[in-house]
Structure formats: structure tokens, C-alpha cells
Ligand binder design. Structure first.
Ligand code: MG
Length: 312
């Protein structure tokens, strides 16, 4: 590592990282006791954060005002990635049922996708909603590989791909393939770029542990070049801030990269990070799902969707 450490938790590779983080900021443990924390989604209207404990088969809820954590759902069909749509509804990936669902206001679930061409999905991992309402998700095999994160099965599709669900028709179509294990994904603030992680290295050390950059044209993707490689564990979840920087879950913490791929620095976390989310009253609190714990750190930047927050 060529970086230097600031206040134990902040490793600086490029001075510009100090525009994003406060050298005095503390990395605080909010909750511990998960088996593998994933899928955080902030709910601004409720001042709450939901996240998944995938092997624990439950969804946890943090009340941001009281700091109280409760079990929101258990069992929960081995939940993984979550996001919210423009109406504030939760969209969730479920390993156990091998589908993507939307949770309606009354708590009922609308299945957005569970099959493609008549074949069951593998185990949807992470999901994001585009400005046009399209639901984009990745479908690796983590949830069917063993008993830990779902129910073992052979892939019916035989490929691990990226899909888009049309918001009007719920048609689910392949938008990119050629991945080993597609994982976290996030749009740039203007929606013109889609970043997609491949964490195939977890299965085979000759396979990728990188993030790719696709150009979005309408509902189609072009490009797909590798933007950044991970050299500690794998990249997993990814979020983008207001200025377009990428914040990536990695084996040694949360890594911040510029849109050109430059690694600015790392928030060093003593556990493998699975995913992350912006939250707090102004969107500048970073929540970090790190194996057994939920942690948080205040940042000097805001999440890219923070314009929604004032509306919520
Ligand atoms: Mg993931």
C-alpha cells in the first residue's frame, strides 16, 4: 500500500480523498451480531436503515433517531441486496425464492422477476432502480452454491448475467453477460453510466475482482471496460456520491475511486465489507455492512440520490 493512515481508519492514496472524509471522523459500530451483513437501504421518510443478514435469514432495522436496532423480518427468504424506488418502496433480492420483489405499502410483495425464458433465476444479488423506473439486477450463484445463503441447486440458466426489468411490462431481459459472478451495481448521478462489480474471484482466483463501466443508452448498455481492480478480497456492493465518485465494498474496507478509476483512499474496516449505503439526515452518513457489524462514518460528501431526501 502506498497510502498513509489518518486517524487509524482512513488510508489516503490521493490528497483529494481528504475532500471526502474528515480526518477526525470516527468509524462507529452501530450493531454487531450478524453472520454476513449485506443489502443496506436507507428510508429517508422513516429515518431508518434496513439491511440484510443473509445467512441469518433476516432483515434488520435501525431507527436513526433512537439508534435502536430491531429484527424487521425473520425468516426472510435469505434476503440480499435492497434499494428503494422513486415512490419509496423497497425492492429486494431474495436468494431463498430466487427472485426480485417489490414490497408494497401494505407489506404485500409483488414479484418483479423470478424467471427468464422459463428458467429460474440463480439468486439475485443486488439491485438498483434507474430514473425511468427500470429495475436492474445481478444474478450470480452465491445463493444456490450451498446451504449458507439459500438452498443449493444447479443453475437452470447456466450463466451469471445482468438483467433489466421493464417497469411497465415487467419483462426481464438480459443486458450484459460474460460475468463470472456479477455483484454490486450503481448508476452515475446522471444515469449515463452503470458500474457493475464482478466478484468471481471468490470461486476461482483466476477470475475477476473488479468493477466495470458500461455506458447507458436508453435501456441498453455499451462498453463494459474494467475501471478498477481490487487487491484485497473482492469488490461487492457499490454506491456513488453526488460528484460521481464510487464507494466500493472490499476486503479491507470501503474504497473510494474517481469516475476515471483513480483510487483516492480507503476507509479501513477490520472486517470484510459486503455493502454500503448513504443515509443520515442529509445523506452524508456512510453506513457500512461489514460481515458481523453495521458501522457508520460521517462523510463530507452526499449520496447521489440525496435530492430525493428533501422531497421525502
Ligand atoms: Mg453483493
Amino acid at each position: 500500500m502506498s497510502g498513509f493512515l489518518v486517524a487509524d481508519a482512513i488510508e489516503v492514496h490521493d490528497e483529494r480523498f481528504l475532500d471526502c472524509v474528515d480526518a477526525d471522523a470516527l468509524l462507529v459500530t452501530v450493531f454487531t451480531g450478524c453472520r454476513f451483513a449485506e443489502g443496506p437501504v436507507h428510508l429517508p421518510a422513516e429515518r431508518a436503515l434496513l439491511w440484510s443478514d443473509v445467512p441469518g435469514n433476516r432483515v434488520l432495522r435501525l431507527d436513526e433517531e433512537t439508534s435502536q436496532v430491531t429484527v424487521a423480518e425473520h425468516p426472510a427468504d435469505f434476503p440480499n441486496g435492497q434499494t428503494r424506488d422513486a415512490a419509496g418502496r423497497i425492492v429486494r433480492c431474495e436468494h431463498g425464492t430466487r427472485r426480485v420483489v417489490r414490497i408494497e405499502r401494505d407489506g404485500s410483495r409483488t414479484v418483479l422477476a423470478d424467471r427468464v425464458d422459463g428458467k429460474r433465476l440463480n439468486s439475485p444479488n443486488d439491485v438498483v432502480v434507474a430514473k425511468d423506473g427500470g429495475v436492474w439486477f445481478t444474478d450470480p450463484t452465491y445463493g444456490i452454491d450451498g446451504h449458507e445463503e439459500g438452498y443449493p441447486a444447479i443453475s437452470e440458466i447456466g450463466e451469471n448475467r445482468l438483467y433489466r426489468i421493464d417497469p411497465a411490462t415487467l419483462a426481464c431481459e438480459v443486458r450484459a453477460d460474460g460475468f463470472r459472478q456479477p455483484n454490486g451495481l450503481a448508476f452515475s448521478p446522471d444515469g449515463g453510466i452503470l458500474y457493475v462489480v464482478d466478484s468471481g474471484y471468490t470461486h476461482d482466483q483466476a477470475s475477476p475482482r473488479h468493477v466495470r463501466r458500461f455506458t447507458v443508452e436508453g435501456t441498453r448498455l455499451h462498453g463494459g471496460e474494467v475501471l478498477a481492480e481490487c487487491d484485497s478480497g473482492v469488490f461487492d456492493g457499490v454506491r456513488v456520491d453526488d460528484d460521481g465518485r464510487l464507494w466500493l465494498a472490499a476486503g479491507d474496507g470501503v474504497r473510494c475511486h474517481l469516475p476515471d478509476g483513480t483510487h483516492l483512499g480507503t476507509i479501513v474496516v477490520p472486517e470484510e465489507v459486503g455493502n454500503l449505503e448513504f443515509g443520515g439526515p442529509t445523506g452524508s452518513t456512510l453506513y457500512i455492512c461489514a460481515t458481523t457489524t453495521l458501522r457508520r462514518m460521517p462523510l463530507r460528501v452526499r449520496g447521489a440520490v440525496s435530492s430525493e431526501w428533501t422531497a421525502a
